[in-house]
Every structure is written in structure tokens, then in C-alpha cells.
Design a protein around this ligand. Structure first.
Ligand code: NAD
Ligand code: UDP
Length: 322
């Protein structure tokens, strides 16, 4: 198949491309390199089945493809809040262009949506039936509401134009190739611990998140794309940790001497987040298999290599979820 991956030079997109290329597909990677890096797809450049296009999806493009994985959008609060209007344009105008492309060439279209559509949830864990609790005028809204409109667009193109859609609601995902300055919690803690500077815990660290290793997530995306159900489907790891637990685990695995520094909690920071993955289990026969300790070890090793910091990382066996 010929498959388009928007945002393919980014963190999740590049891991997805590795899988698709290994499976023998023809892949077009489309990216404006805002948070993506050519380095992430370097190993495929020159391969006859791989094409890299520098393009901003807020501009239309004509391509002929069978499937579209639509991932283009900065995912870290630091990056999506840097230019919030651009984030909305990417989510709304960009998604509109990609759905228009899917309609024209009759390609199947998968939207990388997010657990942020649930906002600061009043229901725990979050199932797909929950409509969410999102602030429409806050600093996270460009992303949260942007993705909610992207979901609406996908379902309207499906109802009105028969576009074959898939909607994945991705929960916090981590792994090798996250940017050093990504600003999300796992990369921040690992980079800080490796550099021997205090780990920045926002608030008291009692807020929770559930972290999915990137290979598990990619497996879920591929199953959703090639299955029979449009979704939305939650893809995430249901093991839930407080941010303080995560800080202590990284501290233990990388550098027990490093301090924790408590900083103010950002505005609209969700208090709890954990996916209900009953639907993914039932419809996709999918569930994550990489435990946090193992995923952290692999991510720490990757940062060690990229930052040129020698050492080995212990397994972190003692990590326990809430
Ligand atoms: P990322 O920032 O590493 O990747 C996003 C990619 O999109 C980058 O390569 C970036 O350069 C590209 N991009 C951004 N705006 C673009 C535009 N206008 N035109 C073309 N390319 C553009 O982020 P990621 O973590 O790999 O996330 C990928 C997708 O998954 C995003 O849509 C994100 O919203 C979604 N998601 C990620 C997570 C997570 O925890 N990583 C959670 C929920 C949803
Ligand atoms: N966080 C933190 N220290 C950091 C970065 C993030 O304590 O250096 C917290 C943040 O306030 C949030 C959680 O970790 O409660 C997850 O943040 P992230 O930006 O990774 O993802 P999101 O909030 O989008 O789930």
C-alpha cells in the first residue's frame, strides 16, 4: 500500500514509519519540521519506497495514497502553546486539507486525536462515551479544542462524504526520540536527572498520568487503521502513576543524588488521567505490553546516547502504580 504519514518526522510518526517500512509499504512522510527532525527518518532516505516531503498541512497538497495516518500537530504543551493560533490552524485547516485529500483519492484516514479531548475529567477512568470537561478559553484550548474540532471534521466527512475514518484517542506516550526540549514530563525528568539538575515537579506531584511506550502505541494505531471500526478508540496504558512517583522512579533509575524541585502547577493541568481501554481490547485485541520500568530504561538509554552521557540504567523494578 502507499501510505501517507503526516507529522512523520516527529516522535510517534517516525516510529510508525519504521514499522510501515519494515512491513514493506510505500511511505510518504510529510512534515514541516516544527518539532520533527530529519534525523528521525534519516535511515529511510534513499530507500526506493520512501519519500520525504517538507510541507505545511495548513496549505493544500495533492497526492495519491491508499491510507493516511494524520499525526501532524505539536503534542507538547510547550510547543503547542508557543504559537497557539498556528496550532489551531494545523488542527482545523490542516485536518480539513487531509480529509479533503482522503475524500478525493478514497483513502482511509486515521486521526491522531488525544486524551485531551476529555479535558480535566470528571469521570475516571475515561471511556470513549465520556464527552469531556474542556475549558474553551484556556491556554490548553488551542490543542484540546483543536483536536475536538478535528474529530468533528472526521465524523462529518464520514457522514457527508463517506470518507472511511478511524479516530484514535492517544494517551501520554513516551519513548526514544522525544526531543530534549520537548517539555513533557518523562523527557524533562530524564534529561534533568542525566544532567544532575533538580527534577521539576509541578504542583505537589499528586496529579496522575498513564504512560504508554511508543511501540505499544504504534501497534494500536496500525490495528485501528486496518480493523473494521471507526472509533473513537482510546489507546494508552491503563497503569496510573502520580507525577511524584514518576519523579522518584526516574531519580532512582538515573541519579539518586538529584533533588526534586516543586514548581507551580500550570493552568488547566488535568488532575487525573487514565484510559479505559475496554473498547481497544475488544475491537482491536490490543493492550500495552511494555511495563513502565522497561520503557523508561529504553528511553533513558536513548537520551544517554544522544546527550553523550556514559553509564548504564538499572531496571527500575520497584516502580508501583497507584
Ligand atoms: P511531535 O511533535 O513529535 O510530532 C508532530 C509532528 O508534526 C512533528 O514532526 C512536526 O514537525 C509536525 N507538524 C506540526 N505541525 C505541522 C504542520 N502544520 N504541517 C506539517 N507538519 C507539522 O509529537 P508526537 O508526540 O509524535 O505526536 C504525534 C501526534 O500524536 C500529534 O497529532 C499529537 O497530537 C498526537 N498525540 C500524541 C501524544 C503523546 O503523548 N505523544 C498524546 C496524544 C496525542
Ligand atoms: N509535569 C511536571 N514536571 C515537568 C513537566 C510536566 O511535573 O517538568 C507535570 C505536568 O504538570 C502534568 C504532568 O506532568 O501534570 C504531565 O505533563 P505533560 O506535559 O507530560 O503532559 P500532559 O499534561 O499533556 O498530560
Amino acid at each position: 500500500m502507499r501510505i501517507l504519514v503526516t507529522g512523520g518526522a516527529g516522535f510517534i510518526g517516525s516510529h510508525l514509519i519504521d514499522r510501515l517500512m519494515t512491513e514493506g509499504h510505500e511511505v510518504i512522510c510529510l512534515d514541516n519540521f516544527y518539532t520533527g527532525r530529519k534525523q528521525n527518518v534519516m535511515k529511510w532516505i534513499g530507500h526506493p519506497y520512501f519519500e520525504l516531503i517538507r510541507h505545511d498541512i495548513t496549505e493544500p497538497i495533492r497526492l495519491e495514497v491508499d491510507q493516511i495516518y494524520h499525526l501532524a500537530c505539536p503534542a507538547s504543551p510547550v510547543h503547542y502553546q508557543y504559537n497557539p493560533v498556528k496550532t489551531i490552524k494545523t488542527n482545523v485547516i490542516g485536518t480539513l486539507h487531509m480529509l479533503g485529500l482522503a475524500k478525493r483519492v478514497k483513502a482511509r484516514f486515521l486521526l491522531a486525536s488525544t486524551s485531551e479531548v476529555y479535558g480535566d475529567p470528571e469521570i475516571h477512568p475515561q471511556a470513549e462515551e465520556y464527552w469531556g470537561n474542556v475549558n474553551s478559553i484556556g491556554i490548553r484550548s488551542c490543542y484540546d479544542e483543536g483536536k475536538r474540532v478535528a474529530e468533528t471534521l472526521a465524523f462529518d466527512y464520514h457522514r457527508q462524504n463517506d470518507v472511511d475514518i478511524r479516530v484514535a484517542r492517544i494517551f501520554n506516550t513516551y519513548g526514544p526520540r522525544m526531543l530534549e526540549n520537548d517539555g513533557r514530563v518523562i523527557s524533562n525528568f530524564i534529561v534533568q536527572a542525566l544532567k544532575g539538575i533538580p527534577l521539576t515537579v509541578y504542583g505537589t506531584g499528586s496529579q496522575t498520568r498513564s504512560f504508554c511506550y511508543v511501540s505499544d502505541l504504534v501497534d494500536g494505531l496500525i490495528r485501528l487503521m486496518n480493523g473494521a471500526h471507526s472509533g473513537p478508540v482510546n489507546l494508552g496504558n491503563p497503569d496510573e502513576y502520580t507525577i511524584l512517583q514518576l519523579a522518584q522512579t526516574v531519580q532512582e533509575m538515573v541519579n539518586p543524588d538529584v533533588d526534586l524541585r516543586f514548581e507551580p502547577l500550570p493552568q488547566d493541568d488535568p488532575r487525573r488521567r487514565r484510559p479505559d481501554i475496554t473498547r481497544a481490547k475488544k475491537l482491536l485485541d490490543w493492550q500495552p505490553i511494555v511495563p513502565l520500568a522497561e520503557g523508561l530504561r529504553l528511553t533513558i538509554e536513548d537520551f544517554r546516547t544522544r546527550l553523550g552521557i556514559p553509564g548504564t540504567t538499572p531496571s527500575g523494578d520497584r516502580v508501583a502504580s497507584v
